[in-house]
Design a protein. Structure first.
Length: 589
């Protein structure tokens, strides 16, 4: 069940039933205005055991759109209320309410709250809470609901904010587009998210915002989370295309026609340029029909400079109805330098606090068990130099084997085995300097890969020789089943399916990420593998093993093409076109 608001308060503040009274009034007024009941998560039970409490309300926190916080000295001292705030904020992006999902009600005097120096010695969560725009309802608390008449304008402001934020979340939930699913483990990176939002909304005519950095730094993840967090700003939808290995901007955008849902005319089929302008026309039409009247276009993983050459970018429409973001390893100098309408956002590393929160989010219960473990996690962050993929991999590993491996244990291993080994310390400060060495990733990945079964490792090895964004899982299943026949057979009804269990274990560890899922039976058809992980797996393969895997793949693809040449209905096979095309391009290269 989803909730509209989560009521966060100190239990002592509800001793007279004042908070219960106000919540009931808000529910009644919301019903009158919206024509539907308000669904609050309001836990009025006494807290006895924190673990029990966490388990009971964690779902409520994650499924509530707005956090309604009742400010008081008791709340600021409450460990439970701090946990509620931190847990909500870590998932605020998923609710499409970045920085605006918390609605504080100031109802009990907090000494010094309004002074500019109040947050000098405060904890970080209180500083964040204080930055949120609060509604001052102090006269209400002592006098009860009847006092709301004295401050009716402030109370109405609170109700309006609640209604607007709920509507905003509903708009985001029903948005158009084809962007990949939200990653529930995406936390932090608020600085980059704010910077990206500011660049994208500069409203420069025909502006292109490019998020750039070395491989594995989280460029795509950041942009996709922007699309989810600000989906309410794009009534015309959020649309994503892959720029990997491509040089023709017209061609990749023309490929959006099926996602948008239209077919080209016979005349348009003869001209990529006409297809390009038809897609833009359809996107413009969608934007005009749905408020807010704009669309977002994401061009992901640009690795050819010609794709973003100025003459091509100038073909994109001017005006505020279309925002365009590209991700690339290529920086400003490689992409035609400084010029009007071209904006760049370098993404080199995670902030230390964000990296620490990411590791904590994978811990049992979403919290470090003690201060020492938190300090060890902080040292891991520093050893890994805040490299996003390395931090994420360490977090997943620690969460997966929490009963066996502590943060202190992993810190000892990284230190003992040389977690920084392989870094090119001789790199200069030249423009070509690579900030993060890929051996840092391998140092973090090694413990996870050591835990894999032979079947899991074979799946990853096959994924390593396929295009990273088009890993066709049914192909891999057929290939792996030659060695492990039980993985090629569907389970009998009532029994666990070995293949699905194997895939889910790889998805859980973020070694693969599902990209295309068939709706009728939830089968993962296409997955993605991170390029750095792919390169690491390739480097670990012997020449003989690599030759054997590639030979088996070639034989399978030959058989698949023969099969596809014989089919009469393409409904069950259309998904294979993109992986086959990507593999053909890779083999041609």
């Amino acid at each position: 069940m989803s909730f509209d608001i989560f009521i966060s308060y100190a239990r002592a503040d509800n001793s007279q039933g004042r908070i219960t009274e106000l919540v009931e009034q808000i529910k009644a007024d919301f019903q009158k205005v919206s024509g539907r009941p308000l669904q609050p998560f309001f836990d009025k039970e006494d807290i006895k055991v924190m673990d029990d409490w966490r388990h009971r309300i964690l779902t409520g926190l994650r499924e509530s759109r707005i956090l309604l916080t009742f400010l008081s000295p008791s709340l600021l001292k409450s460990e439970y209320c701090r946990w509620e705030f931190d847990e909500y904020v870590n998932n605020e992006i998923a609710k499409a309410l970045v920085g605006e999902g918390v609605a504080p009600i100031y109802f009990v005097e907090v000494p010094g709250w309004e002074t500019k120096d109040f947050d000098v010695e405060c904890e970080d969560w209180i500083k964040d809470l204080r930055r949120r725009q609060s509604v001052d309802l102090r006269p209400w608390y002592n006098d009860g609901i009847k006092a709301l008449l004295k401050i009716n304008d402030k109370y109405e402001s609170l109700n309006q904010k609640i209604a607007e934020q709920i509507k905003r979340g509903e708009i985001a939930s029903n948005r158009l587009g084809n962007v990949l699913a939200h990653n529930p483990q995406f936390v932090g990176r608020k600085r980059e998210m704010r910077a990206l939002s500011e660049l994208v909304t500069k409203k420069e005519i025909g502006a292109l915002t490019t998020v750039h950095g070395v491989g594995g730094i989280g460029k795509t993840a950041l942009v996709l989370e922007y699309a989810h967090a600000f989906a309410h700003e794009y009534g015309g939808g959020c649309w994503q295309v892959s720029g990997e290995g491509r040089e023709d901007l017209f061609a990749i955008i023309a490929g959006l026609h099926s996602a948008i849902g239209f077919e080209y005319s016979e005349e348009e089929k003869l001209s990529t340029e006409k297809q390009f302008y038809r897609v833009l026309s359809e996107m413009r039409s969608l934007s005009e029909k749905r408020a807010p009247h704009r669309s977002l276009l994401i061009i992901d993983n640009v690795d050819k400079t010609l794709l973003l050459e100025p003459s091509k970018i100038q073909s994109l429409p001017s005006g505020d109805w279309l925002h365009v973001i590209a991700t690339s390893r290529l920086g400003q100098e490689s992409l035609f330098g400084v010029q009007r309408g071209r904006l760049f956002l370098p993404v080199d590393e995670m902030e230390e606090a964000d990296a620490l929160r990411l590791i904590e989010s994978y811990q049992p219960g979403g919290r470090f068990p003690d201060d020492q473990e938190e300090l060890s996690a902080l040292e891991i962050v520093r050893i890994l130099d805040r490299f996003t993929l390395a931090i994420e991999t360490a977090a997943v590993y620690l969460g997966k084997y929490a009963d066996e491996v502590s943060c202190a244990g992993l810190l000892n291993r990284l230190t003992k085995e040389g977690g920084l080994e392989g870094i090119d310390n001789a790199a200069s400060d030249s423009a070509e300097r690579v900030r993060h060495g890929e051996m840092r990733v391998s140092a973090t990945l090694a413990p996870t890969l050591e835990k894999l079964s032979a079947q899991q490792r074979l799946v990853l090895d096959y994924a390593a020789i396929l295009p990273p964004d088009q890993v066709a899982m049914p192909w891999i299943r057929a290939l792996v089943a030659e060695q492990y026949p039980e993985l090629g057979r569907d389970a009998e009804p009532g029994y666990p399916d070995p293949w699905k269990r194997l895939l889910n274990s790889l998805f859980d560890q973020r070694l693969l990420q599902p990209a295309v899922i068939r709706s009728n039976d939830k089968q993962v058809l296409v997955a993605r593998i991170h390029r750095l992980l792919q390169e690491m797996l390739q480097n670990q393969m012997s020449d003989d093993n690599s030759a054997t895997l590639n030979h088996s793949l070639e034989e399978h693809i030959t058989a698949r093409i023969s099969k596809l040449n014989e089919v009469r209905s393409w409904d069950d096979y259309r998904w294979e076109v993109a992986p086959l095309s990507a593999l053909a391009r890779a083999w041609a290269d």
